[in-house]
Design a protein around this ligand. Structure first.
Ligand code: SD4
Length: 343
């Protein structure tokens, strides 16, 4: 309560009601319950690192960076340097990060750097820009202490690439995961999932979080679409498409067919529905429905998914197709949930 309102209320003789409220709002024991949500089941492992930051009173921005770094680090993973290459055989990475004050940073078409999310944060904090790409992004990373990695494909990516070269037919794969809702109350949950050829069909982790101060942040990191054209960039590093945070309203992250998320400014559109009072899940659904309308009969060939959080700390998600799951960690534990879907 601000001072003027307090004085006005005391003039109305209701100070006895106002004082406890005032005390309550400044009482540290009354801080907001933190929460983190992320895309797919890889989010279960990423959430553990994010929760470590949040439960110790850390900031959402640190949580969403450290959380997705876990996925970027995973061996034989479809996110980060171990992921599928573009059609010329090079892994190119995109990432973005945004805090509660509209600060944001992105990198795209970044090669041979292990943690694109941390480069994106450096762009946000140490450059006058928002978005760096390609050789310039790599030079910026090297100038800021990042190491140039070898550029050799991982064993699994090499196998996948060789198989793809047999036809060299670029066809986006619909991103789905086996549906499986489960709650892990063990805060140390860290069961790595062994990926098999058939399951390696999404390439992104997005994460949104609210810290104990009620501040929101988000991050997104991806290898993009496997076997994409060289230079192709998806939605993940595009602020407003793959990620958006408005601390007055909520935070949203996307995964799936980036081209179709970009054309509706997806994450920003979900935030705007929440601003109009829609729940996070309904806000995601309304944007998925718009994509479905635009794509018409081609909608069945793609997947798009959103995860959103509002200022009350409520998380919701929605996907175009069956098979999208998302991970949520709060004081009750780490839970993998199936998202609702349209078709
Ligand atoms: C992209 N949205 O580059 C990403 C891909 C993705 O799971 O989410 N894959 O279009």
């Amino acid at each position: 309560m601000d001072r003027r309102k307090f004085i006005n209320l005391s003039g109305l003789g209701i100070t006895s009601f106002s004082i406890p409220n005032f005390i309550q709002s400044t009482n540290p024991s009354n801080l907001i319950q933190p929460i983190v949500a992320s895309t797919w089941d890889a989010g279960m492992r990423a959430n553990v690192a994010a929760w470590e930051v949040l439960k110790n009173g850390g900031q959402a921005l640190d949580a969403v960076e450290q959380g997705v770094m876990v996925t970027e680090n995973e061996i034989n993973c479809c996110v980060g340097l171990d992921a599928n290459p573009d059609r010329d055989g090079f892994v190119t990475l995109d990432a973005s990060i945004m805090d509660h004050q509209f600060n944001c940073g992105s990198v795209a078409f970044l090669e041979r750097i292990k943690h694109p999310i941390s480069v994106a944060r450096k762009v946000m904090e140490k450059s006058p820009h928002v978005f760096l790409v390609g050789a310039g992004a790599q030079a910026f990373a090297l100038a800021n202490g990042f190491k140039l990695e070898s550029g050799t494909l991982s064993e699994q990516a090499n196998k996948n690439y060789k198989a793809w070269l047999k036809t060299s037919n670029y066809q986006p794969v619909i991103n789905v995961e086996k549906n499986q809702s489960v709650t892990y109350n063990d805060p140390a949950f860290n069961a790595p999932k062994k990926l098999t050829d058939g399951e390696w069909n999404h390439d992104t982790i997005g994460m949104i979080a609210m810290d104990q101060f009620g501040n929101l942040s988000g991050s997104c990191t991806t290898s993009g679409a496997g076997f994409k054209m060289r230079g192709r960039v998806g939605d993940s590093p595009i602020i407003g498409a793959g990620l958006y945070v408005d601390n007055e309203v909520g935070a949203v992250v996307a995964t799936g067919q980036g081209e179709d998320v970009i054309r509706v400014a997806g994450a920003s559109a979900v935030v705007e529905w929440m601003r109009q009072g829609k729940s996070p899940e309904l806000a995601c659904k309304l944007v998925v429905e718009k994509i479905n309308r635009i794509k018409k009969e081609k909608a069945k060939d793609i997947q798009v998914c959103f995860v959103a959080i509002n200022k009350k700390g409520i998380v919701g998600a929605y996907a175009l197709q069956k098979g999208f799951n998302f991970s949520v960690y709060n004081k009750e534990g780490n839970t993998l949930k199936d998202a609702g879907y349209l078709i």
